[in-house]
Design a protein around this ligand. Sequence first.
Ligand code: 13P
Length: 252
Amino acid sequence: MRKKVIAGNWKMNKVGSEAVQFVQQTAEQVKPSEQVDAIVCAPFPYLAQLVEKAKGTTIKISAQNMHYEENGAFTGEVSPVMLADIGVSHVVIGHSERREYYGETDETVNKKVHAAFAHQLTPIVCVGETLEQREAGETKSHVQQQVEKGLAGLSHDQVSKTIIAYEPIWAIGTGKTASSEDANEVCAHIRKVVADSFSSETAEQVIIQYGGSVKPDNVDELLAQSDIDGALVGGASLEPASFLKLVEAGAK
Ligand code: 13P
């Protein structure tokens, strides 16, 4: 059985006191579980503080992006070395907002995924289609290309430790969720792509999350699907009570 992984992607929200309070409050309530991992993806300025707060608790702390180089003349960027140095465990790579607004490509995603593994960070690799691509029947081919290019050159062991987040762009922050059947169909396709590119054992192990308007009242149905192993959640992860409900759903 694959573990469920619930990750809250705060995006560019919260100030330090709110972030610390959130982690403190949720860490008290998320019990150690074989069934579920709970991850908070926080803005850069608070990561070190949150890692300290989360020490010895069940909450893991993730960055939302990073550069692929270890250091150098990249003003404003944060490197995998720095994230590893402060004790961050996960990093979101290739979120659609970064692809759309900051020129992230499958090639930079691939470099970042390799850099993450080189520094013992677990990548949460985001893929997903636009509404136009869905309507043109290109969802599976587009997502397949993102997965193949994003994971190119990784070892089977690395892929088995990767988290892939399928986030249809038209479902992000819109209140429109893919039906659980449609979401599962794409997640199953992603698993097949991993099986074909690596091995079926690797595909059985890789965690595939769904993201896009996940909330406490639709999470059960999504997590009940055969190939959905968790959720990457934006809006509904910002309040502790709501985040805790999502984590509880993962532990069922
Ligand atoms: P929402 O849950 O707000 O739709 O955001 C999804 C997302 O982009 C998580 O990374």
